[in-house]
Design a protein around this ligand. Structure first.
Ligand code: FO1
Length: 339
């Protein structure tokens, strides 16, 4: 079975770890022969990518790679385990900006390899493949595009109210904790971006397509903004099942509510499903998982043409996340049998 997931950062990576665990467990038990030889392809968001001190940093790709490669700092959810920040301290001592970006010493190793390879002319997809040789994430991690497509946030200039300025997403996210109201998001370069090798194939030939609980605007939304990819979702033969990143009206982590607000979308599980829309009416979803605390919203989601199911969605540990993945695949297989 071929599973293709569109993933952003921390929430998406945690879900994918549960998905891989579930698939491995079921295959070992050989309970469902259908998952034998299951492959997971992850299409990673690269809109968060940034040049920092001359290094190319790919936060969402690295979060997936480190999380699945067991190299992530589990508390932060980003960056490396047992990290130090001596190089960052030195840069700060020189008065070099930005000081707000947490550049870890071990993480710099990844950025040096990536930057050297990119400068040698290798595309990001090839570089990501090479980095994954070390980390063995157990999934095929592909950037959404090899082209530059960077999310910037238009905000009211804090130093000069009344004028708009564009902040790189990372500055808005890290330095300002998404506290400056975003007027809109602009993905610089997206119009010219083309899907990275393997991305279209992973959508066309998937048996299941999954939206993990990632940020619907700046992670999954950015992947879908790559020309052609939203249409690939709409026409894919596989059922598309998503997992709500919003539980009881709030994001579990991160600041997806700030992004939803900027896009005029209510911060509820149902509103996000309606934002993606039902494939039966030209949208992107066939199924949508909401947390048990949001079970009352399943009728309105069903009315939108999306099959809804209420299950526990708190990713408290690997077993909880694996159970979410099992529910996702189960809903997909029911949808496939009714297609
Ligand atoms: N997030 C923070 O809140 N503070 C940081 O200093 C920070 C540094 C950082 C460095 C490398 C990296 O791969 C991710 C980093 N993140 C940091 C997380 C990152 O901003 C977000 O995870 C994604 O961009 C949104 O999913």
């Amino acid at each position: 079975m071929r599973i293709t997931a569109l993933a952003g950062g921390i929430g998406g990576a945690r879900f994918l770890r549960g998905l891989r665990h579930h698939v491995q467990r079921v295959t070992d038990d050989s309970v469902q022969r259908e998952t034998d030889g299951t492959e997971i392809t992850v299409i990673g968001n690269t809109g968060d990518d940034i040049w920092i001190h001359g290094l190319r940093v790919c936060p969402d790709l690295d979060t997936v790679m480190y999380t699945l490669g067991e190299g992530i700092d589990p508390e932060r959810g980003w960056g490396r385990l047992d990290e130090t920040f001596r190089a960052k301290e030195e840069l700060t001592a020189y008065g070099v900006e930005p000081t707000w970006f947490g550049l870890g010493d071990r993480d710099i190793g990844t950025h040096l390899v990536r930057t050297t390879s990119l400068n040698a002319g290798y595309p990001l997809s090839r570089v990501t493949e090479a980095l994954c040789e070390r980390w063995q994430p157990g999934v095929h991690l592909v950037p959404m595009t090899d082209d530059r497509a960077e999310t910037h946030v238009i905000v009211d200039d804090p130093d000069n109210p009344g004028t708009d300025i564009a902040l790189h997403f990372q500055e808005w996210w890290i330095r300002y904790r998404a506290s400056l109201p975003a007027r809109r998001f602009v993905i610089v370069g997206i119009e010219e971006a083309t899907p990275a090798p393997g991305v279209v194939d992973a959508l066309r030939n998937a048996d299941v397509i999954v939206f993990p609980p990632s940020n619907p605007i700046v992670s999954i939304g950015t992947i879908l903004a790559v020309p052609g990819l939203a249409d690939e979702l709409r026409t894919a033969k596989a059922p598309v099942v998503g997992v709500s990143p919003i539980i009881s009206g709030a994001p579990v982590r991160g600041m997806a509510d700030a992004c939803l607000r900027a896009s005029g979308i209510e911060t509820t599980a149902a509103a996000v499903a309606q934002h993606y829309g039902a494939r039966s009416s030209g949208g992107l979803l066939d199924g949508w998982l909401v947390d048990t605390s949001d079970a009352a919203s399943t009728p309105v989601i069903e009315e939108a043409g999306i099959t809804a199911r209420a299950v526990p969605l708190l990713m408290t540990d690997l077993d909880a996340t694996a159970a979410m993945a099992a529910e996702t695949l189960d809903l997909a297989s029911r949808l496939r049998s009714t297609q």
